[in-house]
Design a protein. Structure first.
Length: 380
């Protein structure tokens, strides 16, 4: 039998070792195809996502493949079946089938016990597996599907009550409890495409053309860049076709516009993540947009990076769609997301503007760092 230490995966850098150990602690299924780990005290090897108790760090050995682990004398775990390639596929298939079951049975209660039974898994294990693969708890996913169904019904002209019943809820309190978290506005306003909403907007010249900023009393609801004022206005009125829309400059709207113009025109680092927003989105879109706001000024990341950060590693295309639906670009900086190969990808306001925004941020950040370095030398 080969010595256990001879075939262990010994990384070149300690940081790699730390990453592997972190994947085990988090039971991160995304690493299941990357490596397995053996536990010296038990002689068993597992997938990183194994639900068994996490071993002590000094008892863990890393292997590139199950075969190497077995050559070192370890035997496969009977819970996570690391030597069975079909096991992970089976788990994912069960969750995908459960998602389809949810979509087709919104009129049912859809509790954890019933969903677990449908997947032929215990409720506890089903919940952990669902969260690991989907990135949401079963309850969050069900609520998201119900909300999407209700929004589609209201957009098609159904009454708020009918839309709620169609989504599988028997009480209107479901949608009226904290409606801004669900819809970004009152249900009646969503159904009527902003009817009874009072939206104020203003258009200003900037280095990238015309800038339109619109807002309600609660916050910014639209930001657009373009070459034609009439096109920008028409787009806003189409999005909120039943709202009361007025072109004006209030003190509150003016302060928001001043910050955005300072970001566009200035030579200093001007973050916009503190501006209040009044926008509507699905739970998935909100997760993506929050991650976009977390991208540091002057930096970029890929659509795949965002997908991994929200625990949806195979949803890069969905992330791109969420970026395209972002109603407040610049404030939610979708221009900082690029393709995995480093190319810029698309942008609703044109690739030239995206290039200019990224370059200006990089220049301002370098200028700020240089100024800070000079200050440090003066006071040192």
């Amino acid at each position: 039998m080969t010595s256990r230490t001879e075939t262990e995966l010994v990384p070149v850098l300690d940081s790699t070792n730390v990453d592997l150990w972190r994947a085990i602690k988090r039971r991160d299924y995304r690493y299941d195809e990357a490596f397995v780990f053996g536990v010296r005290s038990t002689g068993i090897y597992c997938r990183p996502s194994c639900p068994a108790r996490t071993p002590r760090r000094n008892q863990v050995a890393f292997f590139l493949t199950p075969r190497l682990a077995e050559r070192a004398g370890y035997r496969a775990c009977k819970r996570c079946l690391p030597n069975d390639k079909g096991f992970a596929t089976l788990q994912r298939t069960r969750i995908e089938e459960t998602c389809s079951f949810i979509n087709q049975n919104l009129d049912r209660r859809l509790g954890l016990a019933e969903l677990g039974k449908n997947a032929n898994l215990s409720p506890f294990y089903f919940q952990r597996l669902f969260k690991r693969i989907v990135g949401l708890t079963p309850r969050q996913y069900v609520e998201g599907v119900r909300l999407r169904c209700a929004k589609m019904s209201m957009s098609n002209g159904d009454s708020v009550r009918s839309a709620i019943y169609r989504a599988g809820r028997s009480s209107t309190s479901w949608l009226y409890t904290n409606p801004y978290a669900k819809l970004g506005m009152r249900p009646s306003a969503y159904r009527s495409k902003g009817k009874s909403m009072h939206i104020r907007y203003s258009i200003h010249n900037c280095r990238l053309g015309k800038l339109l900023v619109a807002g309600t009393d609660k916050g910014v609801c639209a930001v657009s860049l373009g070459d034609s004022e009439s096109i920008l206005e028409a787009s806003l009125r189409t999005e909120y076709s039943s709202a009361r829309i007025v072109r004006t400059d209030t003190s509150k709207l003016g302060s928001w516009i001043s910050e955005i113009l300072a970001y566009l025109e200035g030579r200093e680092v001007v973050p916009l993540d503190a501006l209040p927003l009044d926008i509507r989105a699905t739970s998935f879109e909100y997760k993506v947009w929050r991650e976009l706001q977390a991208i540091p000024y002057g930096s970029t990341c890929s659509y795949s990076d965002i997908a991994r950060r929200i625990s949806r590693p195979k949803s890069a295309r969905a992330v791109a769609n969420a970026c395209a639906k972002n109603p407040v670009p610049l404030v939610v900086p979708c221009h900082r997301v690029v393709r995995s190969d480093g190319s810029l990808g698309g942008y609703g306001f044109g690739v030239e503007r995206k290039t200019s925004l990224i370059q200006r941020e990089e220049e301002n950040l370098k200028r700020a760092k240089a100024g800070k370095a000079n200050e440090d030398r003066v006071f040192s």
